[in-house]
Design a protein around this ligand. Structure first.
Ligand code: NAD
Length: 736
């Protein structure tokens, strides 16, 4: 029989090699059609007496990315539609749907013939769950092999037997660690955890898998054998008594109870290990059905998987623009940002000319890349040759004429209008007519900078975040006259360096920094109001923010905050900033010399390593302190999330951001906005505009007018609208 997604070839030894290779896709994923075909393959191989066993592998360089999350997203819509008709029947139908993959893998596991999974590359989620249901697992030793059950990162968990099989193969602690963090394992680590039988040279993969069958591999899973014992004796042992009482506390410390899927993993393992395997699968199926009904799962899958993928693939790229082949990029300004921008560009295989005022400064900038390459070689991420090739692509220079053949220039010189003006003119004097000029400014409006350009249609902002090599987001900023070709080239560049772009219109602070400063300013308000600094930082983390606002301000630098406040007063007048904020920041910078992490003195003190940073005790003396018992941590958490979400809503209302996917993804990737919410706008949509508006009004009455809900939000509340409904990102596709 012919399949669309698989080929099946049976050799002279009666071993069927099933190769998964989906047409037109760069990676194999589980879809309804794939599951139907796999089901048919199981039936066919069982029915064929000539088949002794099956080796299952992939025809692509990776094994598989797991379930197609669009399929899971469609389960949400299905459930919502059905729920409106009959909630109980809807939950039952969802439960049945959820069990489909579980049932398929269990059928494979109990089919009576041995299956071996031959893992040739990245093997994620459902694909690893399928492998766990096979009787043998062999992986290639190639560096590209990564094994993970990463579902928790998008708000769900391994719900196709993963929680039950992993915890019956390895000790519970390692199982929990793997699944609650979604960490990637090397093949060697997976083998050490007893999740693989063999790791072999890449060219030995299929022969080794076949050999397992020839050697008489039993078609019975360990847990289906009589007398099977859970590793380390299961739940009722002295060792388990050390683990289980602490596990929920550790999880709470790590997640503040914000991630229902992570808690469900704990429950599945704890409960599942006390019952027979098939009952364990049922328990897992029930929790999975429950988690799928949470706002967190829905919002996280939408933002962190679907939207992120769509934006990465150029959802905002103007139609009709040919793809830009970036043969060479210029970076002007080899300082803190420029040096790293040159590095990530070279790492993407694009030659870079790195320019500074003198050659020494340019060479120093390349040195940053050399340090990063050395680090990567040390960690085994790059070979010596790969590192050398990467560095050979960065050419330091002090001569602007070296930019004569670049396709794109990224300017990262001092944040000073006059310096930038001179650089724009000098660069444009040599730049080819077809090239695009991008500025990495963080505060200067792009339209204003473009006034210095002879070709404002080819002028754009490409705003990186520090540290450039780690931060996944770039903001692409449109000036008033920026043309479609400049947008296309900027987006093609961002895609080439494997970052996620959001496209925003020009405004002070663009999108990310506008929101970030709301977060920091709320912390200033709390400090001024006498909230102990430790409570401010902890409340923010409990709300789901990765870094407390005071620690973040130290990273950004307090003197930079001071400079920005002063610039805002200069441009917009005294009323544009809160005088108490100005007083706090000027006092820290001018009277106390506390500039932030950079001089080891900010809201925190930074003693030499290995000592850890600690909050500066002097903060207590700045304002009369409230007693901890008089502070409501729940309200602090709300203030942080609401003030940021409100700012994100304002950017939509002002037309700065036009697509809710960008505000959501930008808020998570740009400054870690509580990922379980799905982002700043999903936070509002998740609770509903009406509830959000009421909350804003309550906070405005207690903490100031900056919490007042905007006209847009009130209108949405009155009409029962959501951001994804009102600013539907798919409206054009739907209309077509
Ligand atoms: P930096 O001071 O570390 O580097 C600026 C570099 O530009 C220096 O090496 C300087 O010698 C060079 N330079 C100055 N004038 C020049 C000229 N005429 N020709 C060539 N080189 C010249 O500054 P930075 O932190 O890298 O910031 C650079 C830009 O990036 C600024 O616009 C800043 O707003 C923006 N930015 C900074 C951050 C950040 O976190 N630091 C984040 C995003 C964007």
């Amino acid at each position: 029989m012919a399949y669309t997604n698989f080929t099946v070839e049976t050799d002279a030894d009666g071993i069927a090699l099933v190769t998964w290779d989906m047409p037109g896709k760069s990676m194999n994923v589980f879809t309804a059609e794939v599951m139907d075909e796999l089901n048919a393959i199981i039936d066919a191989t069982v029915a064929d007496a000539a088949v002794k066993g099956v080796v299952f592998t992939s025809g692509k360089s990776s094994f598989s990315g797991g379930a197609d999350l669009s399929m899971i997203k469609s389960m949400f819509s299905f459930y919502q539609d059905e729920k409106a008709k009959d909630p109980t029947a809807a939950t039952q139908k969802l439960f049945n749907l959820v069990g489909r993959m579980t049932g398929l893998f269990r059928k494979l596991e109990t089919c009576g013939k041995p299956w071996v999974s031959a893992i040739n590359g990245t093997c994620m989620g459902g694909a690893f769950e399928l492998s766990l249901a096979c009787h043998g697992r062999v992986a290639s030793s190639a560096k590209s092999v990564k094994i993970a059950l990463p579902e928790v990162k998008v708000g769900i968990f391994p719900g196709a037997g993963g929680t039950q099989r992993v915890s019956r193969l390895t000790d519970a602690q390692s199982a929990l660690q793997m699944m609650t963090t979604g960490q990637s394992l090397t093949a060697a680590r997976a083998k050490a955890m007893n999740l693989l039988h063999q790791v072999v040279e890449p060219d030995q993969l299929i022969p080794a898998a076949k050999q397992m069958i020839k050697d008489g591999l039993k078609p019975i899973a360990p847990w289906d054998e009589k007398g099977f014992k859970v590793p380390n004796g299961g739940i009722w042992t002295p060792a388990a008594a050390q683990l289980w009482p602490a596990a929920p506390a550790i999880l709470r410390r790590e997640t503040s109870g914000n991630y229902p899927a992570a808690l469900a993993i704990l429950k599945c393992v704890y409960e599942g290990l006390q019952v027979p395997f098939d009952t364990g699968l049922k328990i897992e199926q029930r929790y999975f059905t429950q988690v799928l009904q949470t706002t967190e799962a829905y919002s996280m899958i939408r933002s962190l998987f679907i939207s992120m993928q769509e934006l990465g693939k150029g959802a905002r790229r103007p139609a009709g623009q040919p793809k830009a082949a970036l043969k060479k990029v210029g970076v002007v300004g080899a300082g803190f940002m420029g040096a790293s921008i040159a590095y990530v560009t070279a790492a993407a295989g694009i030659p870079v000319t790195l320019i500074d005022r003198d050659i020494e400064a340019a060479i120093k900038g390349k040195g940053v890349g050399e340090g990063l390459v050395k680090d990567s070689i040390g960690k085994g991420r790059l070979t010596q040759d790969e590192g050398a090739a990467l560095l050979s692509r960065i050419t330091p220079s002090a001569d602007y004429s070296d930019l004569k053949d670049v396709d794109l220039v990224i300017e990262a010189v001092f944040e000073d209008r006059d310096v930038k003006k001179a650089v724009i003119e000098a660069v444009e004097a040599v730049l080819p007519a077809s090239a695009i000029f991008a500025s990495n400014t963080s505060t200067l409006p792009i339209s204003g900078l473009a006034e210095n350009s002879k070709r404002p249609a080819d002028f754009i902002g490409v705003h990186f975040f520090s540290p450039v090599e780690k931060m996944m987001l770039t903001e692409v900023i449109l000036g008033k006259e920026t043309g479609d070709r400049a947008i296309a080239v900027a987006l093609d560049y961002v895609a080439a360096i494997k970052k996620t772009p959001i496209v925003v219109n020009d405004t002070r602070g663009f999108f990310v920094n506008r929101c970030v400063f709301r977060y920091i300013h709320e912390a200033y308000d709390m400090l001024i109001g006498g909230v102990p600094a430790a409570m401010i930082e902890n409340a923010a983390k409990m709300a789901g923010m990765p870094v407390g606002p005071l620690a973040l301000n130290d990273e950004v630098a307090i003197d930079l905050s001071y400079k920005i406040l002063k610039a805002t007063v200069a441009d917009l007048g005294e009323k544009a900033v809160d005088p108490r904020h100005m007083q706090l920041v000027s006092g820290l910078v001018e009277s106390e010399g506390r500039l932030g992490r950079k001089n080891s003195k900010g809201f925190y003190d930074y003693p030499p390593k290995p000592a850890k940073k600690s909050l500066w005790p002097g903060l207590k003396d700045l304002y009369p302190q409230k007693k901890a018992d008089d502070v409501d941590v729940g309200v602090l958490k709300q203030r942080f999330l609401v003030t940021i979400a409100l700012e994100a809503a304002r950017t939509m209302e002002e037309g700065i951001v036009t697509d809710p996917r960008e505000a959501d993804v930008g808020s998570i990737l740009g400054f870690g906005f509580a990922p379980y919410t799905g982002g700043a706008l999903s936070y509002i949509d998740g609770m509903g505009a009406k509830v959000f508006v009421d909350l804003c009004e309550k906070l405005a009455a207690a903490y100031g007018p900056h919490f007042k809900p905007t006209a847009l939000l009130k209108d949405m509340a009155a009409k029962g609208e959501t951001f994804y409904g009102r600013f539907d990102p798919y409206r054009v596709e739907k209309a077509a």
